[in-house]
Design a protein around this ligand. Sequence first.
Ligand SMILES: [Zn+2]
Length: 54
Amino acid sequence: MNKTCPNCGALLIKDAWETVETNDNGSYVFKSYLALKCLQRCGYYERADQNDQE
Ligand SMILES: [Zn+2]
């Protein structure tokens, strides 16, 4: 099922979204999420939470 961008109407494509977070002990942890990004790169994206890796 395809979703479309609320800004420009283009398709949203699945993409990996990685962030770096700092633990309480000062070490860094990479976290990757599944995100939906606008195919036209207008800047819209949304978090896709169905694949939570916590
Ligand atoms: Zn868009």
